[in-house]
Design a protein around this ligand. Structure first.
Ligand code: GAL
Length: 670
């Protein structure tokens, strides 16, 4: 938005959610003093404030919020002010149970947790906007307020609501998209299983059925649900804009387990992109996922600065096994986000709760108080972030891009697919992790994005793709770029209709191959290629039609068929690689290493130092090298300049102690 306010902060912000309503007022001054000790300068307030601000319908009490805002302001701490609408107070759901969300099986989700509201509920919206009106009018020009925080993690729990009011809204959305019922029937392929509709009135959300559901209906419901919450965001935004010039955002959830919002569509509405990220110890390599999520968040910010709005200092409370972070891990996590574009490092939450379902969630100030290693690391991190203030405004340097699509995620992971053992995000993570191991910094971009700045573009499992989006990749290769496309890409069009004539329909010509049949294998079955490379999960019966065959399946259901191919562009400068299987990590590394070398992409990191993440942020005058040592060995590498964390000069060799982070202002004159 051209006239949208921008979020300005002097240096890198350090902050947290603060829920003073959970604490006696006598503690507030101590909290603010400790925040200053830690260097906290951006505090999110009023995230779950509704039942305090409006304890009874239409009766408002702002005394607590007034007081804490003034206390923070006096201390020079800026406020990221929540609109307070994330969770409805009991009086509202008691009087209006119709706002409660309904699951796909038609059962109600009751209050007692949080976010128990249907995104399409007009009653909820009316009450929520009335609160935003009050909060906006009262604090719209309060000098402490630096940012508006709409609701909280919109869609975290309630993104998909299947009740009658959602059904009506879904029908309106479909009518706007298709105009006629005939077009909807064509898009959803309803001639199958006698599903043809005669009127929009007959359409329901994809509630639980006896068999698998219509995939067209399912993907449109995903699109609708994402748009519906974006519409809700816009409604709050409109109220705030009337009262305030302060920038507005909401906290995204770019993480491994939340997938219901198409943030490519949301991003343009944010004055600044903000993300919540929690390490997910259910994954094989949580630090690699963090790295992917921050690259994707930067993509949402168009390569510019973004805010890490929440992370944890230690354990969360919502995974099956909630692991404490190792000493230094919180600092490494934080600096990885900063290296990848974050210009705020914030946490959930300030003081660990004594009650409520998050009482075992870590915080900046733990239950054990300030005489703790955790608190000392919190204070040290504040100091490190201060020493990095000068890096703001620089941009992350990357010559490799990876294309990511929420629509492909929704469609590829449909109920009836070739293999339940293969899922979209794991394929994306596999490709990104491999590039990371090879030392590349990766920009994660949307389908259709301009690729001209890159040397290598990796396209993992881009199952659903529009012609125009596929054309950008073909044009990139035509102009001398190198692309690596992996299996289950280019299969369907925007309406999830298979592209006939052999897979991968959208990329067949570019790749110079045809896939005649998918041949996934059972979990645990190993596949071998003639080169000796190992693979699992997937094979396919591919035929080369112009592409060079670099490797073939030596065994399994596709024995003798191409497994890795490369198709040069007309003038030979560009290349389009295809991987027809899920390679083991070191074998995928080998392929991507070759592809990157051929493309002329230059890794920032060095494979001789596995575990050392190397990222560069720069602009025309400045260059900063971020060195994050995830390993248990000290690492030495060539660099010259000034190290910001220790304040020491670096003359030709930099040492990064095991587990530590270093940021070098590079000497550009040498
Ligand atoms: C986020 C949420 C916070 C807190 C946190 C715990 O999803 O925004 O309010 O619940 O998770 O990890």
């Amino acid at each position: 938005m051209s006239n949208a306010p921008t979020f300005n902060h002097d240096g890198i912000a350090y902050g947290c959610d603060y829920n003073p309503e959970q604490w006696d007022r006598s503690l507030w001054r101590e909290d603010v003093a400790l925040m200053r000790e830690a260097g906290v300068d951006l505090v999110a307030l009023n995230i779950f404030g509704w039942s305090h601000l409006e304890p009874r319908p239409g009766e408002f009490d702002f005394s607590g919020l007034d007081e804490i805002l003034d206390l923070l302001h006096e201390a020079g701490i800026r406020v990221n002010l929540g609109t307070g609408t994330a969770s409805a107070p009991p009086w509202l759901t008691f009087r209006h149970p119709e706002i409660l969300p309904e699951a796909e099986d038609g059962t109600t989700r009751f209050p007692g947790g949080r976010q128990a509201w249907c995104p399409s509920s007009t009653v909820f919206r009316r009450h929520a906007l009335a609160l935003v009106e009050q909060v906006g009018a009262r604090y719209g020009s309060h000098p402490a307020v630096a940012l508006w925080h709409v609701s909280n993690e919109l869609g975290c729990h309630n993104a998909l609501c299947y009740d009658d009011e959602s059904a009506e809204a879904f029908r309106r959305w479909l009518q706007a998209r298709y105009v006629t019922i005939e077009r909807l029937n064509a898009a959803w392929g309803t001639s199958f299983w006698s599903q043809q509709y005669s009127d929009f009135a007959e359409i329901l959300p994809p509630r639980l059925t006896l068999s698998s559901r219509n995939p067209g209906q399912v993907i449109d419901f995903q699109r609708f649900s994402s748009d519906e919450l974006l519409g809700y965001y816009r409604a709050e935004l409109e109220v705030l804009r009337r009262h305030s010039d302060v920038p507005v955002t909401t906290n995204f959830m770019v993480t491994a387990h939340i997938r219901n919002l198409d943030y490519w569509r949301w991003a343009p509405d944010m004055d600044v992109i903000a993300n919540d990220h929690y390490l997910d110890n259910r994954l094989a390599d949580p630090a690699a996922e963090l790295s992917f999520a921050s690259d994707l968040t930067r993509g949402l910010a168009d390569g510019g600065a973004w805010l890490l709005m929440e992370q944890s200092t230690g354990a969360v409370n919502w995974q099956p096994h909630n692991l404490a972070k190792a000493p230094g891990e919180m600092t490494r996590n934080s600096l990885t986000h900063v290296a990848k574009g974050a210009e705020a490092v914030c946490f959930f939450q300030w003081r660990a709760s004594l009650q409520g379902s998050e009482k075992f969630h870590s915080a900046l100030l733990p239950h054990a108080g300030t005489d703790t290693d955790l608190w000392r690391e919190v204070v040290a991190l504040g100091g490190i972030l201060d020493s990095l203030d000068e890096i703001t405004g620089t941009r992350v340097q990357a010559d490799v891009a990876l294309i990511f699509s929420w629509e492909s995620w929704w469609a590829a992971d449909g109920e009836s697919r070739p293999s339940q053992h293969v899922d979209y995000l794991s394929q994306v993570h596999a490709a990104h992790s491999s590039l990371r191991r090879l030392g590349h910094t990766v920009d994660v971009v949307r389908p259709g994005a301009d690729l001209s700045a890159y040397r290598l573009v990796v396209v993992p499992a881009l199952y659903l793709v529009r012609d125009s989006e596929a054309a950008v990749i073909a044009e990139f290769v035509g102009n001398g770029g190198h692309a690596v496309i992996t299996f289950f890409s280019g299969i369907t069009d925007e309406e999830d209709r298979v592209r006939p004539g052999g897979y991968p329909g959208a990329f067949r010509t570019l790749l110079g191959i045809t896939v005649e049949e998918f041949a996934p294998v059972l979990p645990g079955q190993a596949l071998r290629l003639t080169s000796g490379k190992a693979a699992t999960a997937w094979s396919e019966r591919t035929r080369a039609r112009g592409a060079e065959v670099l490797d073939t399946f030596a065994d399994g259901p596709s024995a003798g068929r191409p497994a890795i191919t490369r198709h040069r562009s007309g003038d030979g400068a560009g290349a389009a690689w295809y991987l027809a299987t899920h390679l083991d990590p070191e074998d995928l590394d080998e392929v991507l290493r070759d592809a990157a070398r051929g493309a002329g992409a230059v890794p920032q990191g060095d494979e001789r130092h596995p575990g050392l993440e190397v990222i560069r942020r720069a602009d025309d005058e400045r260059s900063y090298l971020f060195l994050i040592n995830h390993s248990t060995q000290d690492v030495e590498l060539p660099a010259t300049g000034h190290e910001l964390v220790t304040g020491a000069p670096v003359d030709s060799i930099a040492t990064v102690p095991a587990g530590a982070v270093r940021v070098i202002r590079e000497d550009l004159s040498r």
